[in-house]
Design a protein around this ligand. Structure first.
Ligand SMILES: Nc1ncnc2c1ncn2[C@@H]1O[C@H](COP(=O)(O)OP(=O)(O)OP(=O)(O)O)[C@@H](O)[C@H]1O
Ligand SMILES: [Mg+2]
Length: 249
């Protein structure tokens, strides 16, 4: 193809302008991406610290209602634990320019559940519901205790939100086909089929007060533990089962 000198020059200017515009656009997209990420991280932090803060508020409110400002050692320890957890989460997220590293150690899943039980019980009582534990003999796993607490708390809170008052949450641990399973079942009305594929999508929520980060965090924690999460739902309720592989020697 022959292009005259003037037409060629015009074409060159045109292409150069387009390249400059494309670069500008690229930079703008990158800037917006970063802004978006900052926004997502801020919402993530807010979500994570709201759970422990709500618990501490619950304890303080109970004291205020009873007009009894004496505090038992057990409740004091629980509140301090929750505040420490808040602090830890903030510190971790402030450091989070890159993916957080899990601190996994050989732990007993049942012990973590038992330690968290008073908190779960308090949340369930506040929602006029109850919690039952059915913990079988299971082998130890490589777990990040803080992350497993977050996972369990998020699943139980979702179960409590899904149930009318008077319902029961069942937390089970058992072995199934070479996997250690942690399951959380509720007696809610289930998840509508059209919403199932959206589970775990960041910011997907059907709650006015929800941030829609609870399940994405659970899926991320499961992923870090090489575990999978399977949800089974129906009109009788929903079960989220977290399947951990047994450690190989
Ligand atoms: N056990 C459950 N029963 C019924 N619906 C559920 C259950 N768990 C999750 N969902 C649905 O999935 C959505 C997303 O859950 P997710 O935990 O990610 O966010 P959220 O609970 O809405 O808000 P957040 O956890 O940030 O407070 C919920 O809004 C709800 O519609
Ligand atoms: Mg939730």
């Amino acid at each position: 193809m022959i292009i005259s000198h003037t037409v060629g020059a015009t074409l060159f200017v045109f292409i150069t302008k387009n390249i400059v515009n494309a670069r500008k656009l690229e930079k703008e997209i990158l800037r917006l991406d970063r802004l978006n990420m900052v926004g997502q991280m801020a919402a993530n932090v807010a979500h994570e610290i709201r759970n422990p803060l709500t618990s501490v508020r619950g304890y303080l409110q109970r004291m205020q209602m009873k007009n009894n400002y004496c505090i038992s050692k057990e409740h004091c320890d629980l509140m301090l634990d929750e505040l420490d957890r808040t602090n830890l989460i903030i510190t971790e997220y402030l450091l989070l320019a890159k993916e957080k590293v899990s601190h996994r150690e050989v732990r007993c899943l049942n012990s973590i559940i038992n330690t968290l039980y008073p908190l779960l019980y308090t949340n369930a009582t506040a929602a006029n519901s109850s919690i039952r534990l059915f913990l079988e003999d299971i082998s130890t796993l490589y777990l990040d205790e803080n992350e497993i607490r977050q996972l369990l708390l998020n699943l139980v809170n979702n179960g409590l939100d899904a149930m009318p008052s008077g319902g029961t949450i069942l937390i089970r641990t058992y072995i199934n086909q070479n996997k250690v399973v942690l399951s959380v079942s509720d007696q809610g009305t289930g998840i509508p089929p059209k919403l199932i594929e959206k589970l775990g999508t960041p910011f997907f929520t059907t709650k006015t007060e929800g941030t829609g980060l609870g399940l994405p965090i659970c899926y991320r924690i499961a992923f870090r533990h090489n575990a999978s999460i399977v949800a089974e739902t129906g009109p009788q309720g929903t079960t989220f089962a977290v399947n951990f592989s047994l450690p190989t020697n």
